[in-house]
Design a protein around this ligand. Structure first.
Ligand code: NAD
Ligand code: DAU
Length: 359
């Protein structure tokens, strides 16, 4: 039996990955360590396939003793590290938590893996530390610039991306210095089921359905490289099991619409879905609001390495993925009610948008 420690497995991508892994590896036990911050929820872990092989641990990756104990108690042989503060806007208003969790938390995990796997004579080679990172570490692309490759120098622009870049460097250094068998993936923007609605796509879906304003930052012409979360999970799994130790892999969706195009597409899909809605056409709800400070203009990922080495490419088209995602949010009112009941989403809306002016 494989014993996989997943950190942040009650969050958006982590919970999707836990589902994916339990299905993909019938002999794997998943130990899911999550602090259940505002972004994590047990609701994301309902009805897991192979639930008897899933152990949820409510705890913090910064807790050295806890992490060390887990590594030994469950004979962990693989770590997949998602846990992080992940929202750029929050990193602008409150960077401290990002430094603490994303950098110090990663350091604690690395030390625990080093102690468990590389202690003196018993150095293990049948183990893997996979670190989940972001394309934002590469900074922002100008209009004609080529997509980010694994060789693109790091140039993070926000406290979030700087903290992720720092954690990437730490992971790499543990490979170089101590021989920790590691892999890193840098991925573009994800969307899909279980995403906390502070992020663009679920926020626009929920606000549009509720007839609330759709806040587009600046001119809305920023570009992201959208990837369905299930495609990301498949890529992480391929890297975890077949990626070369010490390597980093770029992961992306091969599509780069503007934010405004994304929002308009969602509005059009909702118009079709609710022909009698009083909010139709939903585009009327769009409001151009003050831009995010330091807002990165464009991201694009060159995914040729992972395609060449591991045969991975995205399966979902953006059009189908958006349609499915809208369907998922509409089909899960109980999940939304649980998010609303926690109050974090509404208080975030009030905090982030109340003071924004019109662009
Ligand atoms: P998320 O915010 O939805 O979930 C983060 C999870 O980590 C939550 O369950 C939270 O409770 C947990 N967590 C936070 N601090 C913790 C701590 N100190 N100890 C234990 N658990 C803690 O994030 P996400 O969007 O699922 O992103 C997961 C990872 O993927 C992050 O590392 C992020 O940087 C990276 N990533 C995200 C995207 C994206 O588009 N969302 C793209 C590329 C990479
Ligand atoms: O690129 C990968 C990154 O994608 C991940 O590392 C981050 O964890 C994840 O949060 C995401 O970062 P972004 O800042 O790109 O995602 P967000 O959904 O917050 O915003 C997407 C774009 O939409 C961005 O250009 C800002 C814009 N936006 C966002 C919100 C929430 C708006 O115009 N209005 C909004 O209300």
């Amino acid at each position: 039996m494989r014993n996989v420690l997943v950190t942040g497995g009650a969050g958006f991508i982590g919970s999707n990955f836990v589902r994916y892994l339990l299905r993909a590896e019938p002999d794997a036990r998943v130990v899911n360590l999550d602090a259940l911050t505002y972004a994590g929820s047990r609701e994301n872990l309902r009805d897991l396939p192979g639930a008897e092989r899933h152990v949820f641990v409510h705890g913090d990756i910064r807790d050295r003793e806890r992490v060390g104990t887990l590594m030994h108690a469950y004979s962990v042989d693989s770590v997949v590290h998602f846990a992080a503060e992940s929202h750029v806007d929050r990193s602008i208003t409150g960077p401290a938590a990002f430094i603490d969790t994303n950098i110090n938390g990663t350091f604690v995990l690395l030390e625990a893996a080093r102690a468990a796997w590389l202690d003196g004579t018993a150095r293990r080679t049948d183990v893997r530390f996979h670190h989940v990172s972001t394309d934002e570490v590469f900074g922002s692309l100008g209009p004609g610039e080529p997509a980010f490759t694994e060789q693109t120098p790091y140039r993070p622009n926000s406290p979030y991306s700087a903290s992720k870049a720092a954690s990437d460097h730490l992971v790499r250094a543990y490979g170089h210095t101590y021989g920790l068998p590691l892999t890193i993936s840098n991925c573009s923007n994800n969307y899909g089921p279980f995403q906390f609605p502070e992020k663009l796509i679920p926020l626009m879906i929920l606000n549009a359905v509720r007839g609330k304003p759709l806040p587009v930052y600046g001119d809305g012409l920023q570009v992201r490289d959208w990837l369905h979360v299930e495609d990301h999970c498949e890529a992480i799994h391929a890297i975890l099991r077949r990626g070369r130790p010490g390597e980093t892999y770029n992961v992306g969706g091969n599509n780069q619409p503007t934010n405004l195009e994304i929002v308009r597409t969602i509005c059009g899909l909702l118009d079709e879905r609710f022909p009698d809605s009083p909010h139709r056409p939903h585009e009327r709800l769009i409001r151009f609001v003050t831009d995010r400070p330091g807002h990165d203009r464009r991201y694009a990922m060159d995914i040729s390495k992972i395609g060449r080495e591991l045969g991975w490419s995205p399966r979902h088209s953006l059009a189908d993925g958006l349609r499915d995602t809208i369907d998922w949010y509409l089909a899960h009112p109980d999940w939304l009610a649980a998010i609303d009941a926690k109050g974090e989403f509404q208080s975030w809306l009030a905090q982030n948008y109340a003071t924004r002016g019109t662009a």
